[in-house]
Each structure stands twice: as C-alpha cells, then as structure tokens.
Design a protein around this ligand. Structure first.
Ligand code: CMP
Length: 759
C-alpha cells in the first residue's frame, strides 16, 4: 500500500504529503539517485515532524541510503532470534515490540514505538534480534540496509544519540538475565562546544574576526548610534539582569525592530540580524559579555566605546548629518549582511547548525569553484563540517613545509603565497583556489609553506578526519602544481593496495606522479617519501630510481640534490634551522635509497664520485653547526668506502624504510642498449641499436647515414615523434633517451624540416 498526496492519513500523521514522485526517488538504488532526487527527498524529510530530533546531517544521509516502506497493520517486520538485515525509522504510525512469553505461548508486549523512533541497530554487530516487531497501525517507514547502516553509523554516531531505540535495552529491563547489548548511545562522546571554540577563537561567532572595525563599518556604527540616540534614545540605557548591571546597552530584538522600521531595504528580521552581525564581527558592537553572536532575542548588545556608561547626546548638526547618511549606511549594511550571516553560521560548531543554516551554507557552496566537481550529497555533507577561519594580519605563516597535514583550505577572501624551501615564493593562490590536500591524501608532510599575503584573509577549512571521511575518495583526480605560472607537476589519484596492520590488503587512494619537471619530481619525492613511513605497495620512489636516467641525466640529479642540500632558510617564511637540518638529512637519505636501488651500478658513472666527495666535504663543515649530522656522515662514508655490508647496518638506521619486501624493479642504466626504428617520410625505416643516453644529435647523424638521407644544410634534418593522435613532437639535438620516451604506437621520423608537416 502506498499513501499518496491528499491522503487523510497523511494529514492526520503530520507528515508532509507523500507523492508518487517522492516515493519513486526513494525506491531507486542509492547509487542511481540523482542530485535532483536527493534534493526532492531532503526537502520533504526535513519537514517531517517526527524527525525533528534527527540531526540535519543524519537526515541528509538518510536521503541517500534509505528506502520507503508503507505497510498495513499487523505485518511482522522481524522475529526474536532472526538475523537482521535492516534498520528502520518510523515516519508515521506505530509498531509493537514484543518478546516471547515466559510460558512459551504467544508474545508479551514490552512497548509501542511511535513516529520518530528508530530501531533495529543490532545489525551493527550481526547479533540476532532481541525482540519481535509488528506494525500496530498502518506505518510509513524508512528502511536502511545493513551494509549502508554500518556506514551511516560510522559517520554519524554522535548524532544518533537519543534517536535509536535499543531493543536489547528494552528487553534487558524486562529480564536482566538477557544478554546485555554492546550498544549504549549514552556512552557516546558528546561534542563540547566550549572545547570547539577554545581551540580557535575565530570559530566563536560571538567574537570579532578583526581587532578594530574597518573605516566603513566604524562609520556605519557611528551613524546608527547617532540616529538611535536622536530618535529613540530610550533604546540605549543601563539594564539589570541577574543582579548584574549592564551599562548603556540595547536589546537585540529591539535593534532588529528599529532597523526594519528605518528603510524598506530591510525586508526581514533575519536580514536585519545579518546587518547587525556585520557590525559585531568587526567589533563595532558587542554582546555585553561576549557570549552571543547577534540574535533577535532579549540579549544585551552595546556600541563599542559605550562601556563606561556615559552617553553624550549628539549635537543637532551631527544628528541631521547622520540622518542624511542613514539610507546609504543601511544600503551598505544590506550588502555585507548576507556574508556576515554566512560567516556567523560557519563559525558555529557543526552540531549547532540548523537545517536552515545548512541550506544557506549549501547554497553558497554551489558557487565555489574548488567544489564544483563534487556531487550534491558530498556538498551537503561538507555544509555540516566546513569551518570558517579568519586571519587579520598578513605575513602570518599558516603552516610550514614539513608540518603534518591537518586540514584542507579554500580561499574565500584575499590571497596566500606558496613558498618552497630553497626556491622562495613559487606562486600566489587567490580567492576560490584551494590548497593543502596533497599531504592529507598522501599521508605525508606538507610540501610547501603557506603565508598570508594580505590582511583579513578568510578560509573555509575541512579538517583531516572529515576530509578523509567525506572527500578523500571523491576528491579531484588530477592536481596540477604550478611554479612561476607554469605547470611543474601533474599528479593523478590512483588506487594503491596497502597492507594493513592485520596483514590484509586494502585499497587506498594516493596522488601519484604522472608527469612534471624532473627537478620538481625529485623535490616531491624527497618531501613525500623520504623520512616518512611509506605504505607497502606504493612504488613511486622505486619507479623513479629505476627510470630516472631516461629524463634526468646523473649530473642533473646530483646538481639538484646539491642545490637542495646547500639551500639557506628564509626567515620571512618562518624557515628555521630545524627545517634546514631536515632538508639536509633528506638529501643524504635519498642518496642511500638511490644507492640501494642502483646496487653495483651506482659507481659506474664517475660523476657520482665527484658528487659524493663534494657532499661529504659539505657535511663535514655542517656537522659543526648541526651535530645531528654526525650519524648521517657515517652513512655517506659507508657508501663511499663501499662497505661490505652497508645495507643491513643502514636499514636499522632508516626507520621509515618498510618497503624491503617488494621486489624492486631492475634499474635502467645509461649504458643499457635499446633497439628502435627510425622512419623516413615514405615509411621506409632503419633499425638502430644504441645506448639509452645517446643524444638526439648522434641518432640523427647515424640514422641519416643508414637511411641515405642528405640534408642541404647540416642541421636541416629533424628527429620527430608522430603520435597515434597525429601530434608531432620535435626533439632538440641535446635530448636524451628518445626511444624510451616514445608514446604508445608513436613512431620516430627523420625528415628535412620542410617535410615535417607532411608526416
Ligand atoms: P600540501 O602539501 O598538503 O600543503 C602545501 C600545499 O601547497 C600543497 O598541499 C598544495 O596544495 C599547495 N601547492 C601549490 N603549489 C605548489 C607547488 N608548486 N608545490 C607544492 N605545493 C604546492
């Protein structure tokens, strides 16, 4: 039976009219539900009276996971001893909870559950049902399947306190001998707002976000105060509350009344609240004991400066001047009010956000570029966890390279600078840009330092736990890191099989290198894989060490490592001796990894010896400043002396090194020979066998001889790859490892420059 629009029962049960379209949305599999379906389900569910005590976030997720059931009276939902498969929430009607009677005949009724109750949580523990549940009237239920309920529970336990009726608890009170349930919602930790706010004062909407008002807000406060004093002086007066005297204060609800009556521009009480909050967040007005943000209530607020209680009436000239400016001031406040209101909501602890608050945040999130690729369900979830963060002064270091990643940020206002050790400022991120998710997804240290570039910077922030729960697996798949306006590293999120503590494997997503400038790849690996615990199964570092010769000649690698080792800290970026030491240690340990991966081939290139000698010399000088390098120098010496068993000794000193069990790929050496074909424009070809590190100039010379090609000018012949897409890649004479860099189905052509277009 389906209860549809206009049904008298629906009206009587105070549930919003249930339409066919609505139940059809709830009949779909969760994964098939579109954003519109979810919005339609949510718009009805949030108004269900029985669900008033359900947290909005829980309701949002019920929209995704639950199915609608409409049942007649007398239907048995499950019996005592059954293994459960569903959890239920009652939208309307009632169910009887019964246990088998003592004498074994029939049932004893222990209680009746009404609309708003939820039951059946034993499915969390795969425990048998403790009671039989039978519908005692026609009922409408939301049903959630076991696997989905487990997710719902994991995500929302703190909101389910007081929602779930534990059947096992009910039956335990009847018979104390019955098995006690492991489930006790009262034991759940309660989120304490005081702790939430103490952690970060900008998260308390009752406090200002900047120490002194801007000129615009200061002027607005002056005009409003003067007009109130001239037209409604009694509004500002001393008030006594709970035996305490509050000097020269106004009442929140009266301030709203007054503002509404000043101009038709103010058309609702909530709009007026936002306008007054704009003054409060800039410290132009304040709650008398700074406990409340601006509320349309019997609460006392005061204009800043009136604390002493001595009010001087404005002069007639001041009064008429302010009277003239009042309209402009109201217009200004009506423009900034909505944003102030949004910030106020975002500064509330998540569990205090109402359904209307979440709708306001959600609407705002629809306009944020960094979130545009996310589904509406994810955006709704984010609405309940996003945190507003404000920083009044520029130059502050938000976090430093090497720090543990704790949050992801979206810039709402102003800009930040991105600073990399040894390079300085590599770029500026602006309003709408996001940053800081690399370390969260990769579980690695911050790859850059972020400094505030302007006063009054505002961010939206998602903390690590929420990020991992909501975003980690759905976040953007590609990240492009830029330096000086150019892409330097492209990372793609790929699944990696990670070994868990109990020895089983679990898929986890990580940003893996797709392409980039060779130096940036090296820098990223140093930051992400050296001196940190790497998951087994993540082969980025090994892949790099076994293939780097294709795109980075050994002398370039050595020069980059030396440059990082020698780099000096920048005080402006808060870089200190600790960070310098860390970078030096990472270079040394990277060399150990490199040596391990290269095995006996490490010393084949004579440049390595020169490099190690120079590095050793530098470390010996540095040991005087950083005694911690004494241990590190021994490690480098063990390589230089070609220690008989250096690896074992070193392994114990490299605590992050847990990847020993992986079969490391064989390293590609510059001297390895490869066989490849070079084509002429007419598709005849010659086969060549050459060292990997042969430069393009040599390939051109030898292939031209073999193919019998003659050029009019000595440098007229060009080496070019034609990809299967038709794209042509022209090689410079100095390019190396050409044949290894060919794309799938790509062909290498040698042709005069003016024939290239015809290839
Ligand atoms: P994360 O490593 O978590 O913290 C620093 C952030 O800076 C990083 O994530 C990126 O989001 C951001 N970033 C922007 N440009 C760069 C860059 N060129 N190199 C490294 N990080 C960058």
């Amino acid at each position: 039976m389906k209860l549809l629009s206009g049904s008298p029962l629906a009206d009587k049960l105070q549930i919003p009219v249930v339409s066919l379209e609505w139940t059809e949305c709830l009949d779909k599999r969760p994964t098939d539900r579109t954003s519109d379906d979810l919005d339609a389900i949510f718009s009805k569910l949030k108004d269900v009276k029985a669900f008033e005590k359900f947290h909005p976030l829980l309701i949002q997720q019920l929209c995704y996971y639950s199915y609608f059931e409409s049942l007649e009276k007398g239907v048995t939902l499950f019996r005592t001893g059954d293994l459960g498969a569903n959890w239920f929430a009652i939208l309307s009607g009632s169910v009887d909870v019964c246990v088998p009677a003592e004498n074994g005949k029939g049932h004893t009724l222990i209680c009746t559950l009404e609309a708003g109750a939820a039951f059946g949580e034993s499915i969390l523990y795969d425990a048998p049902r403790n009671a039989t549940v039978i519908t005692s009237s026609a009922v409408m239920l939301l049903r959630v399947e076991q696997k989905d309920f487990k997710i719902l529970w994991e995500r929302n336990k703190q909101y389910m306190h007081g929602v779930i009726t534990s059947l096992s608890k009910l039956t335990n009170t009847l018979d104390p001998k019955r098995r006690a349930s492991e489930f006790d919602p009262s034991l759940l930790p309660q989120v304490a707002s005081s702790k939430f706010m103490k952690d970060d004062p900008t998260r308390n909407p009752a406090l200002p976000i900047i120490p002194a008002p801007s000129v615009r807000i200061q002027h607005a406060a002056y005009v409003l105060r003067t007009c109130i004093l001239s037209k409604a002086q009694q509004m500002i007066r001393d008030r006594k509350y709970h035996l305490k005297m509050h000097r020269s204060c106004l009442v929140g609800s009266e301030m709203v009344d007054w503002l509404i009556h000043q101009s038709p521009l103010v058309h609702s009480r909530s709009q007026a609240v936002g306008m007054w909050q704009a003054l409060l967040e800039e410290a132009a007005i304040t709650h008398v004991s700074q406990e409340h943000y601006f509320k349309d209530k019997y609460l006392f607020y005061r204009f800043t400066g009136d604390e002493s209680g001595t009010l001087t009436r404005p002069s007639t000239a001041e009064e008429s001047e302010c009277e003239e400016q009042l309209n402009d001031v109201i217009l200004t406040l009506s423009q900034v009010g909505p944003d102030a209101m949004l910030r106020m909501i975002l500064r509330k602890p998540p569990h205090e956000r109402t359904i209307d608050d979440l709708e306001i945040i959600y609407d705002e999130l629809l306009h944020i570029k960094a979130l545009s690729h996310l589904s509406s369900l994810v955006k709704r979830e984010l609405a309940s966890v996003l945190i507003f963060e404000a920083h009044p002064f520029k130059g502050e270091v938000l976090f430093s390279q090497g720090d543990e990643g704790k949050s992801w940020y979206i810039i709402l206002k102003a800009s930040v600078q991105c600073i990399i050790y040894g390079k300085g400022i590599v770029g500026t991120l602006h309003e709408g840009d996001d940053f800081g998710k690399l370390s969260l997804v990769n579980n690695s240290p911050r790859t850059a330092t972020i400094i505030l570039n302007e006063d009054n910077t505002h961010f939206l922030r998602v903390d690590k736990d929420d990020f991992n729960r909501i975003l980690r697996d759905v976040e953007a798949n590609t990240i492009r890191l830029k330096e000086f306006g150019k892409d330097v590293l492209i990372l793609d999120k790929v699944p990696i099989n990670v070994k868990t503590a109990d020895g089983t494997y679990q898929v986890c997503y990580k940003y893996s290198i797709m392409s980039g400038a060779a130096e940036k790849i090296l820098e990223y690996l140093l930051e992400t894989y050296i001196c940190v615990n790497c998951e087994e199964g993540d082969t980025n570092l090994d892949d790099f060490l076994s293939t780097y010769v294709i795109f980075m000649p050994t002398n370039q690698m050595c020069a980059t490592l030396l440059a990082i080792y020698k780099a000096k800290p920048q005080q402006r970026a808060g870089e200190n001796m600790d960070l310098t030491l860390r970078e030096k240690v990472k270079v040394i340990r990277f060399i150990l990894e490199w040596h391990d991966a290269s095995k006996e081939t490490f010393f084949e290139d004579p440049k390595i010896n020169v490099f190690l000698t120079e590095l050793h010399h530098l470390i010996r000088i540095d040991v005087k400043i950083y005694p911690q390098l004494k241990e590190e120098i021994k490690l480098i010496e063990s390589i230089m002396e070609n220690d008989s068993d250096p690896k074992e000794t070193r392994k114990s000193k490299l605590p992050w090194k847990q990847r020993n069990s992986i079969d490391k790929p064989k390293m590609i050496r510059p001297s390895d020979e490869v066989i490849f074909k070079v084509y002429c424009a007419d598709h005849t070809y010659t086969t060549m066998k050459m060292r990997i590190d042969t430069p393009a100039s040599k390939i051109i010379r030898l292939a031209a001889d073999k193919l019998g090609l003659r050029a009019d000018q000595p440098d007229d012949l060009k080496l070019c790859e034609v990809r299967s897409t038709g794209e042509r890649i022209l090689y410079k004479e100095s390019d190396l490892s050409i044949s290894y860099g060919l794309s799938l189905n790509g062909r290498l052509f040698l042709a005069p420059a003016d024939h290239l277009d015809a290839l």
